[in-house]
Unconditional design. Sequence first.
Length: 325
Amino acid sequence: MKPRVIIYKKVDQQVLDYIQNTCEVVYFENLDSQNYPEFLQELKKAQGILGSGLKVDKHLLDQSPELKIVCNSSVGYDNLDVTELSKRGIMATNTPEVLNETVADTIIGLMLSAARRMPELDLLVKSGQWTSSMGETWFGVDVHHKVLGIIGMGGIGSAVTKRARFGFDMDILYHNRSRNEEAEQKFGATYCTMEELLRESDFVCLMTPLTPQTEKLMGEQEFKLMKKSAIFINCSRGKTVDEDALVTALKTGVIRAAGLDVFVQEPVQEDNPLLSMKNVVTLPHIGSATSETRLKMAMLAATNLVSGVSGKIPPSLIKTGVQVK
Ligand code: 8YV
């Protein structure tokens, strides 16, 4: 009998076909309050699940007696209670590396958009307000030859560094739990303390995973250390930032601008003050959202799933201490 698995996000037909070769698939193109009870019913019989963002905690796991593997189609796995998974001997996987270059493109896009005020100017042109040559009130600031500070130098950080160094001749500072020698040797990134990075950077990019240690990593004190002319970019998770402190910093000129792909609450609430600020460029959490990259992520998640339910070690097993039998 084929192992039963649940896919709870829309995936490409080729991904579905690949999984169906080995597994009996219960497919939810998306999960919402209407189909959630049905999903919970199916969960009782499922050996594996694949999707992104579902909160997998003790409560959910209590309702998943057959589960062997949880496969995120995302690099981040803050939705998973890995301690609880590991206690129960359930494997967890994510999709690292395949999205690095695409997320790096998004980050450079946010830097350029915020520095050159592209969304504001786009609106101006489209609303017929471009009536004469643009005066200095509309000028932006340069990106090239500036100092870029990267907090969290993993694969995505390295891909941003490469672009910033070789495309924009920027100087790169970084702060990370451990030194990244490759980023230092290949791209000339310089390791420094968080405080030095915040003080000296013209652009501060936050790229850490969300963990109890990184929650609200950027708060009032951190924004105050930044240059008044600095631009803050967040493409990690909203909760790595104290959003109220960010709003105040942007409103009171503590920093110049921000480019944000992520928010504390997603989808973002209409009354979030960040939405009405001209010096904030927003994106709806689409860092990795290109057709090519989302397909690669889903295919990697599928490979993890099929390996896991077939008793093999999945290629991107998250180290949770689970003894794979
Ligand atoms: C995905 C992400 O956007 O991989 C991540 O951690 O944040 C994004 O690439 C998201 O989780 C939806 O698949």
